[in-house]
Design a protein around this ligand. Sequence first.
Ligand code: XMP
Length: 396
Amino acid sequence: MEKVLFINGMGCEKCEARIKAALEAVPGVRKAYASRIARQAVAITEDYVSDRALVEAVAALESFSVEGILPGDLRPDFMTRIENKELADEFIEAQVDLLKKQIGGGKVLLALSGGVDSSVCAALLLRAVGDQLTCIHVNHGLMRKGESELVLKVFRDEFGANIIFIDAVDRFLDKLAGVSDPEQKRKIIGGEFIKVFDEESAKLSGIRFLGQGTIYPDILESKDGIKAHHNVGGLPEEVKMELVEPLKLLYKDEVRQVGAALGLPDTMVNRQPFPGPGLGVRCVGAITRDRLEALRESDAILREEFALAGLDKKVWQYFTVVPPFKATGIKDGKRAFEWICIIRAVNTRDAVTATIEELDYAFLKKVAERITHEVPGITRVLYDVTGKPTATIEYE
Ligand code: XMP
C-alpha cells in the first residue's frame, strides 16, 4: 500500500532524511521517502500497517506537524485543479522531486504509446531521472499515419530519451489475419502487446521501476469495477517492478496542462481520443493490409483537412472507417469495384452519448474528392449521421 503524509516544517534535506528514517523504522514499512518541495512523505507499506503508526512515528520527531494522511491513490480535497502554466509548473517541480526520491539511482521502464498519458508521463520522468528512463515504443501496425515517427522525433531526437523502437507490424497483422470478431481482435492486440513488452523488458537488466501513465479517471473506474486501471494489461502482476505513476491523481485536462508545460508539442498534448486497439477497430472485420492502408491514408487526409479548416480544435473525435465490403464505381474511365470509406465526426463530454458535428457540405465534398482521388482502393465516401445512441462512436 502507498500512504501519503502531508507534513509541515520540513525545511531542509536533513529533515527529509529524519522523516524517511522514522517512517522506515515502523515495522511493515518497505520504503519511505520525503520531499520538502512537495511537503509530503510517502510510505510504501504492508497492508497491516496503520495510519496511526505512521503519523505517530513522524510526530515523535517533534519538529514536524502532520496535517493528514491519505492512501496514495486518493486525490485530496484540497488539491487545486491545475488549470494554468503556473500551477502545472508547481506540480512538475513537486513531482520531479518526489520521483527523484522514489527512484534514486534506479532504472525505469515505460511503454510509450504516443498517447497523451504515456507521453506526459515519459516527459515528466525524463525531467526527473533523465537517462535512467528507458521507453519501449511498439509499432503494432495499427497506428495512425506518422504517429510512430512523431514519438521518435519528439522523444528521441528532441528530448534525447532512450527509446527502444519495436517494429512488430508483421507479428500483429499475422496474428490478426482472418479474425473478424471484434472482441477476439481486441484480445489479440492487447495480449500480443503484453507479450512483446515482456520479451523486450526481459532483455534489459537491472530495471526496478515500471512507469505508467495512469490518470485519476482510470483509478476511479477501476475502483468502480468498470475496468482494470493498468494501461498495459496484467503486467504489474507478472513483472516484479515497483510502479511509478506520477499522473495518477490528475484529470485529463490537467495532464494536458502538465504536458504543455513540459514542452510537448500541441499535436501530442491535444491529441483526440484514440482507442487502445488503434485502427484495428476501424478496419472492420478481418483486417487486411491493403484495406488497413486505405484506412490509414483516408484518416490522414481527414485529419489534414480538419486541421486546415480549424475543426481539429472544435470537434471531439473524427476519423474514417473502412468496412470489409466493396461497391461499384468508376476510376480512370473504367469500372472499379472498391471499398467504401465512412467519415465519422462526433462531439461529446464523456463518450457516453455523442452528437454529430454538422460538417459543411463544401468541406465534405472536398474531403470526399481527395479521398477518392488520392487513396487507392476507395471509390465512395459516406458521412455517418448517427448519434450515440443508437450507434456507438467506434464501429467495433
Ligand atoms: P464507443 O465506440 O464505445 O467509444 O462509443 C467511446 C470512446 O471510447 C473509445 N474506445 C476505446 N478506447 N480501447 C480504448 O482505449 C477500446 O477498445 C475502445 N473502444 C472504444 C472510442 O474511441 C471513444 O472515444
